[in-house]
Design a protein around this ligand. Structure first.
Ligand code: BT5
Length: 315
């Protein structure tokens, strides 16, 4: 959303305000005011005109301006009703030199997981990618995956869903022994060893989605299924982005926050690594994101791999 449209929206929110007053305040023509108001109406903002002037009656449920409106983080939002993959789009924007952009979609038709797996993204989800350019070495980039897991966990908990984090990149809801996948995260990046050029953090949240429409084998769940009613996707997305923005600027606090929400620590795990499987008890996480595992033959520090929580052996 451009700067003037932001200011029109802010003025309407404090309204009623007349067209001529707005034109004076923003130093634009009356017809420019009218065009901005029409554009906001096209995006779903309900703007009433009465004797006292324009009044903002309601904000749309989702969309670029809806998420930017009242957002306390310096991201601009590009919204798509449907797109193949927000990560692919964010990578294109990275190649064009953009930064601090969030690509957001209601539906993805070619969503991707890790290792080229499919990510099902029906309408009603929060499918988004954050493109930014942190000033850190490449080796530190995994901390942003942890940061996004913490951010989405906090936003989910505020929405009343007891989410927790499974190393390295899943956010899930536990019910007894059962774990249901709520969120997937896919981080991509480019740069030289000593400096990251860009990072794209792709976050897929099953928000207002029926788990029956998602692949069974993943044991999926959604915010709406856990809550028993739909979540306000606009507020949820804003909280997620605000948390992520504060964590990315203070990566020291990320590992500590991650420990607080982790379900992996203290569990028996099996991690598939390029060098073969590693089994043992997950005892800690280390900056920027490695898992520390006590195995029968000693301590292993694993930086990447698919992780399975093993059921404790009962005698
Ligand atoms: C992930 O991969 O969990 C990362 C998913 C990242 C998706 C976001 S959405 C926005 C952005 N744009 C993209 O194109 N991607 C990112 P992985 O750990 O590999 O898990 C993939 C597996 O999860 C699949 O093989 C399925 O079994 C399962 N799965 C697929 N869709 C799911 C869903 N909506 N909910 C739960 N599980 C799902």
């Amino acid at each position: 959303m451009n700067e003037t449209r932001h200011r029109v929206l802010d003025a309407l929110a404090d309204g009623p305000v007349s067209g001529p007053t707005l034109a004076d305040e923003l130093d634009i023509s009356r017809s420019a005011v009218w065009k901005h108001v029409e554009a906001l109406r096209d995006e779903g903002f309900e703007v009433r005109s009465d004797d006292a002037g324009y009044v903002l009656d309601s904000v749309p449920e989702f969309g670029a301006s809806a998420v930017e409106y009242g957002l306390d983080a310096p991201f601009s939002v590009e919204y798509h009703d449907s797109i193949p993959s927000t990560n692919a789009r964010a990578r294109d924007l990275a190649a064009e030199g953009a930064s601090d952009v969030v690509v957001l979609a209601d539906e993805q038709t070619g969503g991707r997981g890790r290792l080229d797996r499919d990510w099902h993204s029906p309408s009603g989800g929060v499918w988004l990618s954050v493109l930014f350019r942190p000033d850190v070495p490449m080796a530190h980039a995994p901390v942003f995956t942890l940061a996004s897991a913490v951010a989405v966990t906090r936003a989910a908990r505020e929405a009343g869903v007891e989410a927790s984090i499974k190393w390295p990149n899943d956010v899930l809801v536990r019910r007894g022994e059962e774990e249901r996948k709520l969120v997937g995260i896919l981080t991509e990046m480019e740069g030289e060893a000593d400096r990251v050029s860009w990072v794209v953090v792709g976050i897929g949240v099953n928000a207002n989605v029926d788990p029956a429409d998602l692949p069974d084998e993943a044991n999926p769940t959604s915010l709406s299924a856990e809550r028993g009613e739909p979540v306000d996707r606009r507020l949820f997305t804003q909280r997620l982005l605000e948390e992520f923005d504060s964590l990315r600027q203070d990566t020291e606090q990320v590992v500590e926050a991650w420990r607080e929400y982790a379900t992996t620590l203290g569990q028996q795990v099996r991690v598939e690594t390029p060098g073969g499987p590693i089994e043992g008890e997950a005892v800690d996480i280390q900056f920027p994101g490695a898992l520390v595992i006590e195995t029968e033959s000693g301590t292993e520090v694993v930086s990447a791999g698919d992780c399975e929580h093993l059921r404790p052996v009962t005698e």
